[in-house]
Design a protein around this ligand. Sequence first.
Ligand SMILES: [Fe+2]
Ligand SMILES: [Fe+2]
Length: 163
Amino acid sequence: MPGREQALGFATMKYQFLPERVVLGHAEIDFQHEMLFFVITGLHRLVKKGRDEGDCVIDPVHIENAFKLLDDYMATHFSYEEELMRSSGFPEASGHAGLHRKFENSMETFRERFMGVDDNQERAILTKRMLDFFFEWVNTHFAVSDRRFCQFLAAQKGEEPPV
Ligand SMILES: [Fe+2]
Ligand SMILES: [Fe+2]
């Protein structure tokens, strides 16, 4: 019976949102990262549209829902990685999980600040800052920490490690 990867064609998937340099060669992790970029790109477009159209109101409900979606998805993704780190015996598991917790705290701070602001302009600025932070964080985290983990997994399976 084909595995999930084969059934969904992950192995040959060309990613739409995930930059090539952070494709790590682990089908499930890459797919989850792709979904994160998908959500964050959608949110980015929403904010850009609001700014381009001048007085277009950034609906706090939309942004709040997007934050919620992002939070939920990040939690699922982090759990997946952390569980796999435990089960595979990854020696840097606790440091890596600590980076995940730090990220969650930063996002929570952004969310709280956003919810405390009434002004539309200020909301746009905060959301943009949050998105910039998110892009920078995921790019660095995927490229460095997740890569190290994927290299460890590949070595464990005797596969060619991702570059
Ligand atoms: Fe991670
Ligand atoms: Fe990750």
